[in-house]
Each structure stands twice: as C-alpha cells, then as structure tokens.
Design a binder for this molecule. Structure first.
Ligand code: ZN
Length: 259
C-alpha cells in the first residue's frame, strides 16, 4: 500500500472515529497515551489520565523511548534506568494499569514501518477507545515522529491485515493531541477537560520524575504546567484544564439548526 493511500484511509478513519456516535458509548473508556519520552504524556495529559483512572477507566501509557539523554550528571544508561523507575512510579500514582515501553533510544525514534507496526500491535492488545499523543509540529523530532507513527498505527490496527496475526481494533473513538511546550507551532486548544479534581494526583505523579522536579534541565516543567492548567482553564471557563487539539477535519460539526 502506498503512503498516500494509507494517509487517505487514515484521514477518513480519524474523521469517522470522531463523529458523534449514534449508539450510547460503552461504559468503560480505555485510554492509550503514547509519548516519545517517558514523562511527556504524564506532564501534558496526566491529570486527565488520573481523572479517568479514578472513575474506573483503564489507562495505559506507552513511552516510545525513555528519554534517557540530557542528564548532566548521569550516563544515558544510568539515567535510562532512573527514568524507567520514575515512569513506573508515575504510572502507578496516576492509576495506570500498565506502562509500556518502545525499544528506541532517545532521539532515535524511527519514522518507519517498524515503529508503526509496534504501536499498532500495542493498540490491538490494549484496544483503546481514546488515543492521546503529541501534536504534529514540534521542536523535537521524536515528538513529531511519534505523532505520525501513532496516526498511522491507529489505521493499521483497524485494518484486516494491518498487523500480521493480529485482531483488528476499530474501537478508537477519538485521537487527541496533548498541549506540550515543545509542540507549540499551530497547536490550538480545541477540547478542554476540567482537571481540578485530579491536579493533586497529577502533581504527585509527575514529581516522581527528577526532570520535572528540577535539576536536569533549566526549563521549569512543574511551574510551567501548573500555570498552564490555570491559563487553559481560565480560557475555557474552567478552574484548571488540560487541553487537546484534534485533526482539522475532525473539527467539523453538524447541527440541525442553530441553537
Ligand atoms: Zn519529549
């Protein structure tokens, strides 16, 4: 199948997945959050994940890499081991039922078929109703690649022969892109989710990571995302919010008449 054909089919599937459903949705929501580096999904979407986990929904995190480079005091091997311990602790605190890992090195997530197959297999196993990942434009190559990989993997996972020996999964109702300071160009806050009931749980989870507590990078992760939740909340008329973008085509709404 050509890449152009895959993209055309993917677009149709993403739009269809986000149209209002005729039947009442199943009671349980299963969320698969796929980040390029351990910590990406927790810091940007963790309060939403914790809110869903607290009401009994299934939450699974998939980190395509550990994000093990860039600690000035530790080798990549040492920091990778630390990041894995931190990811486990953060996932547990958020209420995730599983934390999965890709096999790739920080900075080395490949924009290829093997990565799409890997994520499609995870989708067929976890069978999410909601997928969260990075926005398409980013200063970080791993992030924008993860966006493309996940978009294509949602389609692959739905195809009869998308994954060898796999059972197709067509139950993804929505794909949402998280609000990340590194993925800023052209990001628009399309969906805002009130998170004031889970922000404390989020803080407890994300501070399992040294880079979020401070001391690895100069960027003030915790302060930035705490303030961002208030800013995004205020913009949406909520107390504190995490926001998400969706595919431009998924923003089309149909109504019978103006309300
Ligand atoms: Zn990252």
């Amino acid at each position: 199948m050509t890449r152009a054909l895959i993209h055309a089919m993917l677009l149709a599937s993403l739009i269809a997945a986000q149209q209002p459903q005729q039947q009442p949705p199943p009671r349980q929501t299963t969320i698969l959050a796929v980040g390029a580096h351990a910590g990406d999904m927790e810091i940007t979407a963790g309060a939403v994940l914790a809110k869903h986990a607290a009401r009994g929904d299934k939450v699974v995190l998939l980190h395509l890499s550990l994000g093990e480079k860039g600690n000035p005091r530790l080798s990549a091997r040492e920091y990778g081991a630390q990041k894995k311990r931190e990811a486990e602790a953060a996932g547990k605190e958020l209420g995730a039922s599983e934390v999965l890992y890709g096999p790739w090195a920080d900075g080395g997530i490949p924009d290829d078929e093997s990565a799409r197959q890997f994520v499609a297999q995870a989708i067929q196993r976890v069978r999410p109703t909601t997928v969260i990942t990075h926005w398409r434009e980013s200063m970080h190559k791993d992030h924008s690649r993860t966006h493309s990989i996940v978009r294509d993997a949602v389609l692959l996972a739905a195809l009869e022969d998308g994954v060898a020996g796999g059972t197709p999964h067509r139950g993804v109702r929505g794909v949402y892109y998280a609000d990340n300071w590194e993925d800023r160009p052209n990001f628009q806050a399309y969906v805002a989710v009130e998170v004031s009931s889970s922000i404390e749980r989020w803080r407890a989870a994300v501070t399992k990571y040294e880079f979020i507590r401070g001391g690895v990078s100069r960027f003030p992760y915790l302060e930035y995302y705490e303030a961002l939740a208030k800013v995004r909340g205020a913009e949406a008329g909520l107390k504190q919010a995490e926001v998400f973008d969706v595919e431009p085509e998924a923003k089309r709404r149909t109504i019978d008449m103006f309300p």
